[in-house]
Design a protein around this ligand. Structure first.
Ligand code: BG6
Length: 479
Protein backbone atom coordinates (compact mmCIF):
# COMPACT_ATOMS: atom_id res chain seq x y z
CA UNK A 1 0.00 0.00 0.00
CA UNK A 2 1.38 3.39 -1.02
CA UNK A 3 2.28 5.64 1.90
CA UNK A 4 1.15 9.23 2.42
CA UNK A 5 3.51 11.75 3.99
CA UNK A 6 3.26 12.44 7.71
CA UNK A 7 1.08 15.44 8.46
CA UNK A 8 -0.89 14.87 5.26
CA UNK A 9 -3.88 17.23 5.28
CA UNK A 10 -6.96 15.00 4.98
CA UNK A 11 -10.26 16.79 4.94
CA UNK A 12 -13.24 18.04 3.03
CA UNK A 13 -14.19 21.02 0.87
CA UNK A 14 -17.12 23.41 0.58
CA UNK A 15 -17.97 26.89 -0.71
CA UNK A 16 -19.86 29.56 1.20
CA UNK A 17 -22.53 30.14 -1.44
CA UNK A 18 -23.37 26.45 -1.66
CA UNK A 19 -23.88 25.73 2.02
CA UNK A 20 -24.04 28.76 4.31
CA UNK A 21 -27.56 29.90 3.41
CA UNK A 22 -28.54 33.05 5.35
CA UNK A 23 -28.03 34.86 2.08
CA UNK A 24 -29.39 38.21 3.34
CA UNK A 25 -28.73 37.85 7.06
CA UNK A 26 -26.57 40.22 9.18
CA UNK A 27 -25.98 42.65 6.35
CA UNK A 28 -24.94 40.18 3.63
CA UNK A 29 -25.46 41.36 0.05
CA UNK A 30 -26.57 39.32 -2.99
CA UNK A 31 -23.83 37.41 -4.78
CA UNK A 32 -23.82 36.01 -8.31
CA UNK A 33 -24.97 32.70 -6.82
CA UNK A 34 -28.01 34.34 -5.25
CA UNK A 35 -29.57 35.36 -8.57
CA UNK A 36 -29.68 31.84 -10.04
CA UNK A 37 -32.66 29.47 -9.77
CA UNK A 38 -32.49 25.67 -9.45
CA UNK A 39 -32.22 23.22 -12.37
CA UNK A 40 -31.22 19.63 -13.02
CA UNK A 41 -29.12 17.62 -15.44
CA UNK A 42 -31.54 18.41 -18.30
CA UNK A 43 -32.83 21.81 -17.17
CA UNK A 44 -30.45 24.75 -17.05
CA UNK A 45 -30.44 27.10 -14.08
CA UNK A 46 -31.94 30.51 -14.91
CA UNK A 47 -30.43 33.85 -14.09
CA UNK A 48 -33.14 36.08 -12.68
CA UNK A 49 -31.83 39.00 -10.63
CA UNK A 50 -35.38 40.24 -9.98
CA UNK A 51 -35.41 37.69 -7.14
CA UNK A 52 -38.92 36.68 -8.06
CA UNK A 53 -40.62 35.34 -4.91
CA UNK A 54 -42.41 32.75 -7.05
CA UNK A 55 -39.07 31.15 -8.01
CA UNK A 56 -36.74 28.99 -5.96
CA UNK A 57 -33.16 30.17 -5.47
CA UNK A 58 -31.45 27.21 -3.76
CA UNK A 59 -28.31 29.07 -2.68
CA UNK A 60 -30.39 31.42 -0.51
CA UNK A 61 -30.84 28.72 2.12
CA UNK A 62 -28.00 26.33 1.24
CA UNK A 63 -27.94 23.87 4.13
CA UNK A 64 -27.93 26.69 6.69
CA UNK A 65 -24.32 26.17 7.82
CA UNK A 66 -24.47 29.81 8.96
CA UNK A 67 -26.52 28.64 11.90
CA UNK A 68 -25.34 25.03 12.24
CA UNK A 69 -21.58 25.43 11.88
CA UNK A 70 -20.78 24.23 15.39
CA UNK A 71 -22.52 20.86 15.09
CA UNK A 72 -21.37 20.44 11.45
CA UNK A 73 -17.76 21.06 12.39
CA UNK A 74 -18.12 18.62 15.30
CA UNK A 75 -19.08 15.93 12.75
CA UNK A 76 -16.04 16.75 10.63
CA UNK A 77 -13.90 16.54 13.74
CA UNK A 78 -15.45 13.13 14.48
CA UNK A 79 -14.17 11.95 11.09
CA UNK A 80 -10.74 13.22 12.11
CA UNK A 81 -10.45 16.06 9.58
CA UNK A 82 -7.04 17.69 9.62
CA UNK A 83 -8.19 20.49 7.35
CA UNK A 84 -11.43 22.02 6.15
CA UNK A 85 -11.64 23.92 2.88
CA UNK A 86 -14.21 26.69 2.90
CA UNK A 87 -14.60 30.06 1.31
CA UNK A 88 -15.44 33.47 2.66
CA UNK A 89 -18.53 35.03 1.10
CA UNK A 90 -17.24 38.36 -0.24
CA UNK A 91 -20.78 39.74 0.16
CA UNK A 92 -20.79 39.11 3.92
CA UNK A 93 -17.78 41.38 4.24
CA UNK A 94 -18.51 43.92 1.49
CA UNK A 95 -22.20 43.50 0.55
CA UNK A 96 -21.93 45.28 -2.81
CA UNK A 97 -18.17 44.94 -3.11
CA UNK A 98 -17.86 48.72 -3.30
CA UNK A 99 -18.11 49.81 0.35
CA UNK A 100 -15.08 51.45 1.89
CA UNK A 101 -15.62 49.79 5.27
CA UNK A 102 -16.29 46.09 5.94
CA UNK A 103 -19.40 44.66 7.56
CA UNK A 104 -18.35 43.71 11.08
CA UNK A 105 -21.14 41.13 11.50
CA UNK A 106 -19.80 39.20 8.50
CA UNK A 107 -16.23 39.31 9.80
CA UNK A 108 -17.36 38.16 13.23
CA UNK A 109 -19.07 35.09 11.70
CA UNK A 110 -15.82 33.82 10.19
CA UNK A 111 -13.99 34.51 13.46
CA UNK A 112 -16.44 32.14 15.11
CA UNK A 113 -16.04 29.50 12.39
CA UNK A 114 -12.21 29.61 12.42
CA UNK A 115 -12.13 29.52 16.22
CA UNK A 116 -14.45 26.54 16.20
CA UNK A 117 -12.28 24.71 13.63
CA UNK A 118 -9.14 25.46 15.61
CA UNK A 119 -10.73 24.28 18.84
CA UNK A 120 -11.09 20.89 17.11
CA UNK A 121 -7.53 21.00 15.78
CA UNK A 122 -8.74 21.50 12.18
CA UNK A 123 -6.64 23.73 9.93
CA UNK A 124 -8.79 26.02 7.78
CA UNK A 125 -7.97 26.24 4.07
CA UNK A 126 -9.71 29.34 2.76
CA UNK A 127 -10.69 30.28 -0.78
CA UNK A 128 -11.01 34.05 -1.00
CA UNK A 129 -13.32 33.94 -4.03
CA UNK A 130 -15.37 30.84 -4.83
CA UNK A 131 -18.12 31.66 -7.35
CA UNK A 132 -19.66 34.33 -5.12
CA UNK A 133 -18.66 37.81 -6.24
CA UNK A 134 -21.10 40.59 -5.33
CA UNK A 135 -23.88 40.82 -7.90
CA UNK A 136 -23.72 44.62 -7.58
CA UNK A 137 -20.30 44.52 -9.32
CA UNK A 138 -21.95 42.79 -12.29
CA UNK A 139 -24.64 45.42 -12.45
CA UNK A 140 -22.25 48.31 -12.02
CA UNK A 141 -19.28 47.31 -14.18
CA UNK A 142 -19.83 43.97 -15.92
CA UNK A 143 -17.79 42.23 -13.26
CA UNK A 144 -14.15 41.42 -13.88
CA UNK A 145 -14.12 42.95 -17.34
CA UNK A 146 -13.62 46.26 -15.54
CA UNK A 147 -10.26 46.91 -13.93
CA UNK A 148 -11.91 48.66 -11.00
CA UNK A 149 -12.87 45.19 -9.86
CA UNK A 150 -9.21 44.58 -9.00
CA UNK A 151 -9.23 47.40 -6.42
CA UNK A 152 -12.50 46.22 -4.91
CA UNK A 153 -11.16 42.70 -4.62
CA UNK A 154 -7.87 43.83 -3.12
CA UNK A 155 -9.69 45.87 -0.46
CA UNK A 156 -11.59 42.69 0.44
CA UNK A 157 -8.56 40.39 0.27
CA UNK A 158 -6.43 42.69 2.45
CA UNK A 159 -9.28 42.99 4.93
CA UNK A 160 -9.60 39.22 5.40
CA UNK A 161 -5.83 38.64 5.44
CA UNK A 162 -5.42 41.36 8.08
CA UNK A 163 -8.24 39.97 10.16
CA UNK A 164 -7.54 36.23 10.01
CA UNK A 165 -3.80 35.83 9.40
CA UNK A 166 -3.38 34.37 12.91
CA UNK A 167 -6.16 31.84 12.35
CA UNK A 168 -5.68 30.82 8.72
CA UNK A 169 -2.34 29.83 7.20
CA UNK A 170 -3.43 28.34 3.85
CA UNK A 171 -5.24 30.56 1.34
CA UNK A 172 -6.37 30.15 -2.27
CA UNK A 173 -7.12 33.23 -4.36
CA UNK A 174 -9.72 32.23 -7.00
CA UNK A 175 -11.59 28.94 -7.18
CA UNK A 176 -11.13 27.25 -10.57
CA UNK A 177 -9.96 30.43 -12.23
CA UNK A 178 -9.93 28.66 -15.62
CA UNK A 179 -13.70 28.23 -15.27
CA UNK A 180 -14.00 31.88 -16.27
CA UNK A 181 -13.13 30.70 -19.78
CA UNK A 182 -15.94 28.12 -19.95
CA UNK A 183 -19.37 29.21 -21.16
CA UNK A 184 -21.05 29.10 -17.71
CA UNK A 185 -18.07 30.89 -16.15
CA UNK A 186 -19.58 34.30 -16.89
CA UNK A 187 -22.12 33.63 -14.17
CA UNK A 188 -19.97 31.83 -11.62
CA UNK A 189 -16.58 33.41 -12.03
CA UNK A 190 -16.05 36.50 -14.20
CA UNK A 191 -19.42 38.17 -13.57
CA UNK A 192 -19.49 39.34 -17.20
CA UNK A 193 -23.27 39.12 -17.66
CA UNK A 194 -24.49 42.64 -16.93
CA UNK A 195 -28.14 42.98 -17.94
CA UNK A 196 -28.49 39.30 -18.84
CA UNK A 197 -31.44 37.24 -17.71
CA UNK A 198 -32.21 33.75 -18.98
CA UNK A 199 -30.71 30.27 -19.03
CA UNK A 200 -27.18 29.88 -17.79
CA UNK A 201 -26.40 27.91 -20.95
CA UNK A 202 -26.68 31.00 -23.16
CA UNK A 203 -24.55 33.53 -21.36
CA UNK A 204 -22.62 36.19 -23.28
CA UNK A 205 -19.37 34.70 -24.57
CA UNK A 206 -17.02 37.23 -26.10
CA UNK A 207 -13.50 35.82 -25.91
CA UNK A 208 -11.77 39.21 -25.57
CA UNK A 209 -14.04 40.08 -22.64
CA UNK A 210 -13.46 36.72 -20.96
CA UNK A 211 -9.69 36.76 -21.32
CA UNK A 212 -9.55 40.36 -20.13
CA UNK A 213 -11.65 39.44 -17.09
CA UNK A 214 -9.38 36.51 -16.27
CA UNK A 215 -6.34 38.75 -16.77
CA UNK A 216 -7.76 41.14 -14.19
CA UNK A 217 -8.17 38.20 -11.83
CA UNK A 218 -4.51 37.23 -12.42
CA UNK A 219 -3.46 40.76 -11.46
CA UNK A 220 -5.70 40.66 -8.38
CA UNK A 221 -4.27 37.29 -7.39
CA UNK A 222 -0.66 38.46 -7.83
CA UNK A 223 -1.33 41.57 -5.74
CA UNK A 224 -2.89 39.43 -3.01
CA UNK A 225 0.13 37.11 -2.97
CA UNK A 226 2.51 40.07 -2.76
CA UNK A 227 0.55 41.67 0.08
CA UNK A 228 0.43 38.42 2.03
CA UNK A 229 4.13 37.70 1.53
CA UNK A 230 5.13 41.20 2.57
CA UNK A 231 2.92 41.46 5.66
CA UNK A 232 2.49 37.87 6.80
CA UNK A 233 5.45 35.79 5.59
CA UNK A 234 4.28 32.63 7.33
CA UNK A 235 1.15 32.43 5.15
CA UNK A 236 1.02 30.11 2.14
CA UNK A 237 -0.99 31.28 -0.86
CA UNK A 238 -2.05 28.89 -3.59
CA UNK A 239 -3.93 28.96 -6.87
CA UNK A 240 -6.85 26.70 -7.78
CA UNK A 241 -7.73 25.37 -11.25
CA UNK A 242 -10.05 22.76 -12.69
CA UNK A 243 -7.98 19.90 -14.07
CA UNK A 244 -9.65 17.63 -16.63
CA UNK A 245 -7.32 15.35 -18.61
CA UNK A 246 -8.15 15.52 -22.33
CA UNK A 247 -6.85 12.28 -23.78
CA UNK A 248 -6.47 11.93 -27.52
CA UNK A 249 -9.16 9.55 -28.74
CA UNK A 250 -6.94 8.06 -31.48
CA UNK A 251 -3.24 8.14 -32.28
CA UNK A 252 -3.86 10.23 -35.41
CA UNK A 253 -1.30 13.06 -35.17
CA UNK A 254 -4.10 15.61 -35.55
CA UNK A 255 -5.82 14.21 -32.46
CA UNK A 256 -2.56 14.23 -30.54
CA UNK A 257 -1.91 17.84 -31.40
CA UNK A 258 -5.48 18.78 -30.57
CA UNK A 259 -5.20 17.08 -27.20
CA UNK A 260 -2.02 19.04 -26.43
CA UNK A 261 -3.64 22.33 -27.43
CA UNK A 262 -6.77 21.71 -25.38
CA UNK A 263 -4.66 20.65 -22.39
CA UNK A 264 -2.66 23.87 -22.69
CA UNK A 265 -5.61 26.19 -23.03
CA UNK A 266 -7.98 24.52 -20.56
CA UNK A 267 -5.73 23.02 -17.90
CA UNK A 268 -2.40 24.83 -18.00
CA UNK A 269 -2.87 28.42 -19.14
CA UNK A 270 -4.09 29.76 -15.80
CA UNK A 271 -1.73 27.73 -13.63
CA UNK A 272 1.19 28.59 -15.93
CA UNK A 273 0.52 32.28 -15.24
CA UNK A 274 0.02 31.74 -11.49
CA UNK A 275 3.05 29.53 -11.02
CA UNK A 276 5.53 30.71 -13.67
CA UNK A 277 4.41 34.32 -13.68
CA UNK A 278 4.01 34.99 -17.39
CA UNK A 279 1.74 34.32 -20.36
CA UNK A 280 2.90 31.24 -22.26
CA UNK A 281 3.76 31.50 -25.97
CA UNK A 282 0.99 29.10 -26.96
CA UNK A 283 -1.61 31.57 -25.63
CA UNK A 284 -0.07 34.55 -27.40
CA UNK A 285 -0.37 32.63 -30.64
CA UNK A 286 -3.96 31.58 -29.82
CA UNK A 287 -4.90 35.21 -29.14
CA UNK A 288 -3.32 36.35 -32.43
CA UNK A 289 -4.91 33.55 -34.47
CA UNK A 290 -8.36 34.25 -33.06
CA UNK A 291 -8.35 38.04 -32.96
CA UNK A 292 -8.54 38.10 -29.15
CA UNK A 293 -7.46 41.31 -27.43
CA UNK A 294 -6.57 41.06 -23.76
CA UNK A 295 -6.56 44.50 -22.17
CA UNK A 296 -3.43 44.81 -20.06
CA UNK A 297 -1.73 47.79 -18.45
CA UNK A 298 1.87 48.74 -18.02
CA UNK A 299 3.27 47.10 -14.93
CA UNK A 300 0.99 44.05 -15.13
CA UNK A 301 3.71 41.79 -16.47
CA UNK A 302 6.05 42.70 -13.60
CA UNK A 303 3.27 42.10 -11.09
CA UNK A 304 2.53 38.66 -12.49
CA UNK A 305 6.20 37.74 -12.33
CA UNK A 306 6.51 38.89 -8.73
CA UNK A 307 3.23 37.53 -7.36
CA UNK A 308 3.56 33.81 -8.07
CA UNK A 309 1.93 31.28 -5.75
CA UNK A 310 3.50 29.06 -3.08
CA UNK A 311 1.56 25.91 -3.91
CA UNK A 312 -0.80 24.61 -6.59
CA UNK A 313 -4.20 23.15 -6.03
CA UNK A 314 -6.77 21.71 -8.35
CA UNK A 315 -10.11 19.97 -8.60
CA UNK A 316 -10.28 16.55 -10.19
CA UNK A 317 -13.53 14.75 -10.88
CA UNK A 318 -13.28 13.17 -14.30
CA UNK A 319 -11.47 12.95 -17.63
CA UNK A 320 -12.49 13.48 -21.22
CA UNK A 321 -11.27 12.73 -24.73
CA UNK A 322 -10.77 14.94 -27.75
CA UNK A 323 -10.76 14.13 -31.41
CA UNK A 324 -10.89 15.93 -34.74
CA UNK A 325 -13.64 13.51 -35.72
CA UNK A 326 -16.78 15.50 -34.99
CA UNK A 327 -19.09 12.51 -35.42
CA UNK A 328 -17.89 10.78 -32.23
CA UNK A 329 -20.24 10.53 -29.26
CA UNK A 330 -19.93 13.38 -26.76
CA UNK A 331 -20.19 13.36 -22.99
CA UNK A 332 -21.05 15.96 -20.36
CA UNK A 333 -18.65 17.14 -17.75
CA UNK A 334 -17.57 19.56 -15.11
CA UNK A 335 -17.92 22.80 -17.13
CA UNK A 336 -16.00 21.48 -20.09
CA UNK A 337 -17.56 18.54 -22.00
CA UNK A 338 -15.72 16.34 -24.51
CA UNK A 339 -15.68 13.12 -26.49
CA UNK A 340 -16.82 9.95 -24.73
CA UNK A 341 -14.18 7.51 -23.55
CA UNK A 342 -15.34 3.92 -24.26
CA UNK A 343 -13.20 2.57 -21.41
CA UNK A 344 -14.85 4.59 -18.66
CA UNK A 345 -18.17 4.58 -16.85
CA UNK A 346 -19.89 7.85 -16.00
CA UNK A 347 -21.89 9.23 -13.08
CA UNK A 348 -25.62 9.96 -13.46
CA UNK A 349 -24.58 13.45 -14.58
CA UNK A 350 -22.33 12.12 -17.36
CA UNK A 351 -19.00 12.79 -15.60
CA UNK A 352 -16.62 10.00 -16.61
CA UNK A 353 -15.00 8.28 -13.65
CA UNK A 354 -11.24 7.87 -14.07
CA UNK A 355 -9.17 7.25 -10.91
CA UNK A 356 -5.96 6.55 -12.86
CA UNK A 357 -6.38 9.93 -14.50
CA UNK A 358 -5.75 11.45 -11.07
CA UNK A 359 -2.35 9.75 -10.79
CA UNK A 360 -1.57 10.90 -14.32
CA UNK A 361 -2.67 14.48 -13.56
CA UNK A 362 -0.62 14.69 -10.38
CA UNK A 363 2.47 13.49 -12.23
CA UNK A 364 1.91 15.98 -15.04
CA UNK A 365 1.39 18.90 -12.65
CA UNK A 366 4.40 17.98 -10.53
CA UNK A 367 6.68 17.56 -13.55
CA UNK A 368 5.58 20.91 -14.90
CA UNK A 369 5.73 23.04 -11.76
CA UNK A 370 7.76 21.30 -9.05
CA UNK A 371 5.58 23.03 -6.45
CA UNK A 372 3.73 21.33 -3.60
CA UNK A 373 0.33 20.17 -4.83
CA UNK A 374 -3.01 19.64 -3.19
CA UNK A 375 -6.17 17.99 -4.51
CA UNK A 376 -8.79 20.34 -3.10
CA UNK A 377 -11.85 18.85 -4.80
CA UNK A 378 -12.68 15.30 -5.78
CA UNK A 379 -15.82 13.31 -5.24
CA UNK A 380 -18.92 11.74 -6.67
CA UNK A 381 -22.31 13.33 -7.06
CA UNK A 382 -25.02 10.70 -6.66
CA UNK A 383 -28.73 10.26 -5.88
CA UNK A 384 -28.38 9.07 -2.28
CA UNK A 385 -31.45 7.60 -0.65
CA UNK A 386 -31.58 6.57 3.00
CA UNK A 387 -32.39 2.85 3.38
CA UNK A 388 -35.13 1.40 5.61
CA UNK A 389 -32.78 1.82 8.55
CA UNK A 390 -32.55 5.55 7.76
CA UNK A 391 -28.89 5.29 6.76
CA UNK A 392 -27.42 6.06 3.31
CA UNK A 393 -25.41 3.00 2.24
CA UNK A 394 -23.19 4.71 -0.33
CA UNK A 395 -20.85 1.88 -1.32
CA UNK A 396 -20.58 3.46 -4.82
CA UNK A 397 -19.08 6.61 -3.25
CA UNK A 398 -16.70 4.57 -1.10
CA UNK A 399 -15.54 2.75 -4.22
CA UNK A 400 -15.02 6.01 -6.12
CA UNK A 401 -13.02 7.54 -3.26
CA UNK A 402 -11.05 4.38 -2.52
CA UNK A 403 -9.84 4.14 -6.10
CA UNK A 404 -8.96 7.83 -6.32
CA UNK A 405 -7.11 7.79 -3.01
CA UNK A 406 -5.20 4.67 -4.07
CA UNK A 407 -4.10 6.40 -7.25
CA UNK A 408 -3.12 9.50 -5.27
CA UNK A 409 -0.95 7.22 -3.15
CA UNK A 410 0.66 5.84 -6.32
CA UNK A 411 1.43 9.40 -7.39
CA UNK A 412 3.10 10.04 -4.03
CA UNK A 413 5.19 6.90 -4.61
CA UNK A 414 6.03 8.33 -8.06
CA UNK A 415 7.65 11.23 -6.22
CA UNK A 416 4.89 13.83 -6.37
CA UNK A 417 4.96 16.26 -3.43
CA UNK A 418 1.37 16.18 -2.25
CA UNK A 419 0.23 18.21 0.77
CA UNK A 420 -3.34 17.08 1.17
CA UNK A 421 -6.72 16.03 -0.10
CA UNK A 422 -10.08 17.64 0.55
CA UNK A 423 -13.07 15.66 -0.70
CA UNK A 424 -15.64 17.91 -2.34
CA UNK A 425 -18.95 18.48 -0.64
CA UNK A 426 -18.04 16.54 2.51
CA UNK A 427 -21.47 17.52 3.76
CA UNK A 428 -24.33 17.51 1.20
CA UNK A 429 -24.75 20.95 -0.31
CA UNK A 430 -26.23 22.75 -3.32
CA UNK A 431 -24.72 21.68 -6.65
CA UNK A 432 -22.94 24.51 -8.46
CA UNK A 433 -23.89 23.38 -11.96
CA UNK A 434 -27.48 22.27 -11.47
CA UNK A 435 -28.51 23.88 -8.18
CA UNK A 436 -29.77 20.52 -6.98
CA UNK A 437 -29.62 19.08 -3.52
CA UNK A 438 -30.33 15.72 -5.20
CA UNK A 439 -26.76 15.68 -6.55
CA UNK A 440 -25.14 14.70 -3.28
CA UNK A 441 -21.44 14.33 -2.51
CA UNK A 442 -21.30 14.20 1.27
CA UNK A 443 -20.13 11.88 3.99
CA UNK A 444 -22.89 13.61 5.92
CA UNK A 445 -26.45 13.42 4.61
CA UNK A 446 -28.59 16.55 4.92
CA UNK A 447 -32.34 16.15 4.87
CA UNK A 448 -33.01 18.95 2.38
CA UNK A 449 -34.63 18.61 -1.04
CA UNK A 450 -34.92 20.39 -4.37
CA UNK A 451 -38.26 21.96 -3.56
CA UNK A 452 -36.82 23.45 -0.38
CA UNK A 453 -38.51 20.93 1.92
CA UNK A 454 -36.72 18.84 4.57
CA UNK A 455 -35.83 19.06 8.23
CA UNK A 456 -32.20 19.98 7.61
CA UNK A 457 -31.26 17.13 9.94
CA UNK A 458 -27.74 15.67 9.48
CA UNK A 459 -26.88 11.94 9.48
CA UNK A 460 -23.79 9.85 8.86
CA UNK A 461 -23.58 7.85 5.61
CA UNK A 462 -21.54 4.62 5.42
CA UNK A 463 -18.77 6.64 3.74
CA UNK A 464 -18.49 8.73 6.94
CA UNK A 465 -17.11 5.75 8.89
CA UNK A 466 -14.99 4.65 5.95
CA UNK A 467 -13.30 8.07 5.61
CA UNK A 468 -12.72 8.18 9.39
CA UNK A 469 -10.72 4.94 9.10
CA UNK A 470 -8.89 6.26 6.08
CA UNK A 471 -7.78 9.36 7.97
CA UNK A 472 -6.93 7.46 11.16
CA UNK A 473 -4.65 5.17 9.19
CA UNK A 474 -3.19 8.02 7.06
CA UNK A 475 -4.60 6.43 3.92
CA UNK A 476 -3.55 2.85 4.75
CA UNK A 477 -6.91 1.36 5.66
CA UNK A 478 -9.16 1.77 2.62
CA UNK A 479 -11.08 -1.50 3.04
C1 BG6 B 1 -16.31 22.45 -8.88
C2 BG6 B 1 -16.68 23.66 -8.09
O1 BG6 B 1 -16.26 22.76 -10.22
O2 BG6 B 1 -17.16 21.36 -8.87
C3 BG6 B 1 -17.68 23.44 -6.98
O3 BG6 B 1 -15.55 24.31 -7.57
C4 BG6 B 1 -18.72 22.46 -7.45
O4 BG6 B 1 -18.20 24.67 -6.57
C5 BG6 B 1 -18.03 21.15 -7.79
O5 BG6 B 1 -19.77 22.27 -6.57
C6 BG6 B 1 -18.96 20.03 -8.15
O6 BG6 B 1 -19.81 20.45 -9.17
P1 BG6 B 1 -21.37 20.32 -9.07
O7 BG6 B 1 -21.87 21.04 -10.23
O8 BG6 B 1 -21.65 18.87 -9.09
O9 BG6 B 1 -21.76 20.97 -7.79
Amino acid sequence: MAKFPEGFLWGGATAANQFEGAWDVDGKGASVADVVTGGDVNTPRMIDPSLDPAKYYPNHDGIDFYHTYESDIALMAEMGFKTFRMSIAWTRIFPTGMEEEPNEAGLAFYDRVFDCLRSHGIEPLVTISHYEMPYALVDEMNGWEDRRCIDHFIRYAKCVLDRYHDKVTYWLTFNEINCGLASGGASTSTGTFKGYTGPRTELPFDLSVRYTAVHNQFVASAKTVLYAHEHYPKLKIGDMCIYVPYYYRTCAPDDILLSQQVMQRVNYFTSDVHVRGYYPGYMKRYFADNGITVKMEEGDEELLRAGTVDFCTFSYYMSNCVSCDETLEKTGGNLFGGVKNPYLKASDWGWQIDPKGLRWSLNEMWDRYQKPLMVVENGMGAFDKPGDDGVVHDDYRIEYLRQHIQQMGEAVEDGVELMGYTMWGCIDLVSASTGEMAKRYGFIYVDKHDDGTGTGERSRKDSFYWYKKCIESNGQDLA
